[in-house]
Design a binder for this molecule. Structure first.
Ligand SMILES: Cc1cc2nc3c(=O)[nH]c(=O)nc-3n(C[C@H](O)[C@H](O)[C@H](O)COP(=O)(O)OP(=O)(O)OC[C@H]3O[C@@H](n4cnc5c(N)ncnc54)[C@H](O)[C@@H]3O)c2cc1C
Length: 409
């Protein structure tokens, strides 16, 4: 039986990050992956969806090329090529990851693994003796009662990656990150999109003003949505809602969250989505770094990002969490010269402060995924507003909105 310092189950962001960091520290590591390295993030999550988003946005931008002084005779897309581009992207990123993991000295075993006891991991080819076990088995799409995935009419976020052609009409159940991103992809390609949300606003986890603005943007784009509503029944592929309305989609994308795949096991340390807490790739990576390197961090300051045009990003307190002791300042993106150059004037940057400190930031803007990190660095390091004001933000950029906001505090 082979002996290792660490046995890791799961080769997603949590597992491969922990494995490579441990190997770098000189530990012998064996990592078990039953499918492909990169996990949900690389193979079924972050990366494939962002490739689809980008293709759909290139198309949407070209449809308005005239606004940039550019003309085309025929603008069209071939969905099979869009899928091909997504597949190539995932493959290239995975090949690079496989090489990095190999070069780090981690031993990868492509087998389903199980914990036997606190020092033994088994596969169908035998047992491995390890001093420590890390379980980073990830999560799977949550199935709602009455909306069990069948891969044809009721699709999960995994299933939708395999569609060969676009639907004419789709019903998306749930308006979290996955639901919003797919609504953007499909509507950019001209699909008739309808979202069903059980809560009273879209993107219910976000700042209330962010939700309201997304609702406005979706209305302008012709994306329909039902709030405070659920499915009463489905008859012959016609969805009857609780309020009596009916929707007849080609299929339903059920995007109602994810659930951890492995229950807590006292024989191991759990990492990433398997913890069932914050199910984000960067959280999984940071957790792995905290475990191996002892880098402390404030989980409350984990940024959330939703991709598409305009991007949405936030962290920290939301407006609905604050009492009058907090100050809330907002700057519209239309105040920025760069935004006008890019034809991206939709959105705002909003900051929540108390005294001389930042407690929350909420952004709807092109480049929001990058902008949020200025707030992250400030909040995580307890920098004051005055510390940030010392920084000379470049012009013309979206970042200078942060500086302008701070000057007004
Ligand atoms: C559509 C979609 C879009 C997303 N977009 C984003 C995004 O933009 N940003 C973001 O931060 N997050 C995003 N996420 C979430 C992100 O993918 C997860 O948070 C991240 O993958 C979690 O990493 P992990 O390592 O904990 O688990 P996973 O990535 O799920 O990896 C777990 C791995 O363990 C393997 N495994 C499980 N059981 C066993 C076993 N018994 N033996 C061997 N191997 C096993 C699985 O095959 C899998 O490869 C998205 C998710 C989805 C579904």
């Amino acid at each position: 039986m082979e002996n290792f310092d660490y046995g890791i189950i799961g080769g997603g962001p949590a597992g491969y990050t922990a494995g490579m960091l441990l190997a770098k520290q000189g530990y012998s590591v064996v990592l078990f992956e039953k499918d492909k390295l990169g996990g949900t993030c690389l193979n079924r999550g972050c990366i494939p969806t962002k490739s689809f988003i980008h293709s759909s946005e290139v198309f949407a931008t070209l449809m308005h090329a005239g606004e940039y002084g550019i003309s085309f005779d025929n603008i069209n897309f071939d969905f099979s090529k869009v899928v091909e581009k997504k597949d190539k992207t995932v493959e290239k990123v995975r090949k690079a990851l496989e090489l990095s993991v190999k070069n780090s000295g981690v031993n990868v075993i492509y087998k389903e693994a199980h914990i036997v006891d606190k020092n033994t991991i088994s596969t169908n080819e035998g047992n491995y003796r390890v001093k420590n076990i890390i379980s980073a088995c990830g999560s799977k799409p949550r199935e709602l009662k009455g909306l069990e995935f069948d891969g044809e009419f009721i699709l999960s976020s995994d299933d939708i990656l395999n569609i060969k052609q676009l639907p004419k009409k789709v019903l998306i159940v749930g308006s979290g990150a996955i639901g919003i991103e797919w609504a953007r992809i499909l509507s950019n390609f001209g699909v008739d999109v309808c979202i069903l949300e059980a809560c009273e606003r879209l993107l219910p986890i976000a700042d209330i003003e962010v939700s309201k603005r997304i609702e406005r943007i979706f209305k302008q784009k012709g994306v329909k949505f039902y709030l405070n509503n659920t499915i009463k029944e489905i008859k012959d592929k016609v969805v009857v809602l609780a309020n009596g309305d009916t929707v007849a989609p080609d299929f339903i994308l059920s995007a109602a969250g994810r659930e951890a795949v492995c229950a807590n096991d006292s024989n191991c340390k759990l990492l990433g989505d398997a913890c069932g807490k914050i199910q984000l790739a960067h959280f999984a990576i940071h957790q792995a770094a905290e475990l191996v390197l002892g880098v402390p961090y404030n989980k409350q300051y984990t940024p959330s990002v939703i991709y598409g045009e305009p991007e949405i990003a936030w962290m920290g307190l939301r407006e609905q969490d604050c009492d009058e002791s907090y100050t809330i300042k907002k700057l519209p993106v239309s105040a920025l010269g760069k935004a006008w150059c890019d034809n991206s004037i939709e959105g705002f940057i909003k900051v929540i402060t108390k005294g001389n400190k930042i407690h929350g930031a909420h952004i709807i803007s092109k480049e929001a995924s990058a902008l949020i990190h200025t707030f992250l660095v400030a909040m995580e390091n307890n920098l004051s507003i005055n510390d940030l004001k010392k920084c000379c933000f470049a012009h013309p950029t979206y970042s200078e909105a942060i500086y302008e906001l701070l000057l007004n505090l």
